[in-house]
Design a binder for this molecule. Structure first.
Ligand code: 13P
Length: 219
């Protein structure tokens, strides 16, 4: 990947890390290198992360509007907290098709950039048909592992790029699972991805900033 618009999106999931420390490391590396690095913390940490100045994403928004929806993650609320984008349909928070559509509508109302996650090329094409800004293909069996999707299953990335392109050429294709090094980022770009999602490589690192600097070196 050589495009500075390429997104490195660090999903903190529910890992026991310090979201502000990682956000500050991401902001520092982004400022130093011009790379686009974003952090998706727990919803309760969005404001604290956004206050660091880093690009901040929600991990999920619910398929709801303002109203009687106890326990929901309202798109307008995450935008108020400083998020500028959101994941939808992550492998660990799968939604029904109609709910993906409604979450996209909610994100659109709130002005959030959107990435819909998918398991495989067929789902990637289907997700593209719903009109997100990007689709992220993440094979569930590789999530949290040591081998990057681009190495373990390059065809799933290439086939997802093609599936998305066939449906809507304006939708970007990202990939994720096992991404932790600059080499992984380079390999993803060579397969046609214009962004990577990663979690454990940064969230579990002893030195998140060092990992981020290595990741960015692969752009
Ligand atoms: O699910 C992921 C990002 O959303 C990928 O997680 P890992 O980077 O831990 O494989």
């Amino acid at each position: 990947m050589s495009d500075s618009d390429t997104l490195i999106l660090v999903n903190l999931k529910a890992y026991p890390c310090d979201p502000v420390e990682i956000a500050e490391a991401c902001a520092t590396v982004a400022d130093d290198t011009g790379a686009r690095v974003a952090v998706a913390p727990q919803a309760a940490h969005l404001s604290a992360v956004a206050d660091t100045g880093v690009e901040t994403w929600a991990q999920h928004v619910s398929p709801v509007e303002h109203g009687s929806h106890t326990g929901s993650t309202l798109a307008e609320a995450v935008a108020d907290a400083g998020a500028t984008g959101t994941l939808i349909n992550h492998s660990e928070n799968r939604l029904k098709l109609a709910d993906i559509d409604a979450s996209l509508a909610a994100a659109g109302r709130a002005g959030l950039e959107t990435v819909v996650c998918a398991n495989n090329p067929a789902q990637s094409g289907a997700a593209a048909a719903l009109g997100p800004d990007a689709v992220a293909v993440e094979p569930p069996e590789l999530i949290g592992g040591d081998v990057s999707v681009a190495t373990a299953d390059p065809a799933i990335v290439e086939d997802s790029v093609a599936a998305v392109e066939a449906v809507d050429a304006d939708v970007d294709l990202f990939c994720g699972a096992g991404v932790s090094t600059g080499e992984d980022v380079t390999a993803a770009g060579e397969l046609g991805a214009t962004g990577v999602l990663l979690a454990s490589g940064v969230a579990k690192a002893d030195d998140p900033e060092a990992v981020l600097r290595d990741l960015v070196s692969g752009l």
